[in-house]
Design a protein around this ligand. Structure first.
Ligand code: THU
Length: 133
């Protein structure tokens, strides 16, 4: 799967976003090292703090099905009807990713047409992991 295809998958995952409160729709596509694809969208809740982001939806779907080795993540988001230039993963999602992904893990952000590749370490420097315990 190419990087562009992974971004397109994240964009299509946006279609299922349940975001009646923020009207901010996010999709994530997580590729495993074995080549499997897990999609996620943000799922909001009337009790706002129960909301889960697209990235964690995809990650938790994958981990709950036995996956622990990941190759790449793509994220596409923006207000309803728009696509943001970047939809940067929130701090909680960065931390959740750091549990399973190494510092050089690649994360694609942008639109399916124009995106940039970051490493997890760039997004979450000086992270707290199991090695600190
Ligand atoms: N959101 C995500 O799903 N991923 C991000 O990277 C940033 C924020 C969601 C959470 C909430 O449903 C909405 O976007 C607005 O914060």
């Amino acid at each position: 799967m190419t990087e562009r295809e992974l971004m397109q998958a994240a964009n299509s995952a946006r279609g299922l976003s349940y975001s009646p409160y923020s009207h901010f729709r996010v999709g994530a596509a997580l590729l495993t090292k074995s080549g499997k694809l897990y999609l996620g969208c943000n799922i909001e809740n009337a009790a706002y703090s129960a909301t889960v982001c697209a990235e964690r939806t995809a990650l938790f779907k994958a981990v709950s099905e036995g996956e622990r080795e990941f190759a790449m993540l793509a994220v596409v988001g923006g207000r309803e009807g728009e696509t943001a230039e970047f939809c940067s993963p929130c701090g909680v999602c960065r931390q959740a990713l750091a549990e399973f992904c190494p510092p050089d893990f690649p994360i694609l952000l942008g639109t399916p047409e124009r995106f940039e590749k970051f490493t997890l370490k760039e997004l979450l420097p000086h992270s707290f992991t199991s090695e600190n315990l």
